[in-house]
Ligand binder design. Structure first.
Ligand code: HEM
Length: 201
């Protein structure tokens, strides 16, 4: 693509994301590499693998699978089409995915940050420039009761008290956090919900 750009054999009017990045003088090569890697990895691998893991967790826990099946039937019946509104009435489906992310995250270590200043976190001095990775695996084990069990109920509002006791808002962040959090989150979650409902109904 860079050669084509230098030789001016590429039509800049043709829609092409990589070409537009290469033509953008505010982006250096290493930034472009990071963005392209994120789009490829994020856009393909992660959604498919997390869907696979959710179905695996449901298959290993038939009583949860049955509960989800009942919710889907109760909302959709035999007539109602699957829509944004009907998905909004499926809290157990969302809890099942959230719990699946907590128990087994096949793709991501979650957020990684390079600190600009020397920082002390829990007694550890971290020099500026060092990459710090948040381990979603460790956090998902240390901050939850019965961490090896698949318990979607811990994410339900009705179980609020239990939920507050068991977790912290940042204890499970499969899509990272803050300004650099996952851009495709809503898209990926929607895809996983749709596929799960179709398989289960
Ligand atoms: C289940 C599916 C997915 C998971 C678990 C996931 C997870 C993540 C995580 C952990 C990050 C780093 C966030 C941080 O550092 O705070 C991230 C970043 C990103 N994700 Fe996803 N992702 C998923 C799907 C997708 C999809 C479908 C797309 C694109 C359509 C996407 C695009 C991106 C992009 C562009 C970034 C970089 C954001 C930035 O650096 O500003 N992701 N994702």
């Amino acid at each position: 693509m860079q050669m084509k750009k230098q030789e001016k054999v590429f039509d800049p009017k043709e829609p092409n994301l990589l070409y537009s990045f290469l033509s953008d003088t505010s982006l250096n090569y290493s930034r472009i590499k990071v963005i392209m890697n994120n789009l490829y990895n994020g856009g393909t691998d992660s959604t498919a693998k997390n869907l696979m893991v959710l179905l695996f967790n449901l298959a290993r826990n038939p009583e949860k699978q049955e509960k989800l099946h009942e919710e889907i039937l109760a909302v959709l019946g035999t007539e109602e089409p699957l829509s944004k509104d009907s998905l909004a009435r499926m809290p157990y489906l969302k809890a099942c995915l959230r719990e699946s992310f907590r128990l087994i995250n096949p793709t991501a270590m979650s957020a990684i940050r390079v600190l600009h200043h020397d920082t002390v976190i829990r007694g550890y001095r971290i020099p500026a420039g060092v990459s710090v990775a948040y381990s979603t695996y460790k956090s998902s084990r240390e901050n939850f009761v019965d961490p090896e069990q698949y318990i979607p109920e811990r994410w339900l509002r009705g179980e609020k008290q239990k939920r507050e006791e068991e977790s912290h808002i940042l204890a499970n962040i499969p899509f990272g956090y803050g300004a650099r959090g996952c851009l495709g989150r809503w898209f990926a979650e929607q895809e996983i919900y749709l596929a799960t409902v179709k398989v289960s109904s």
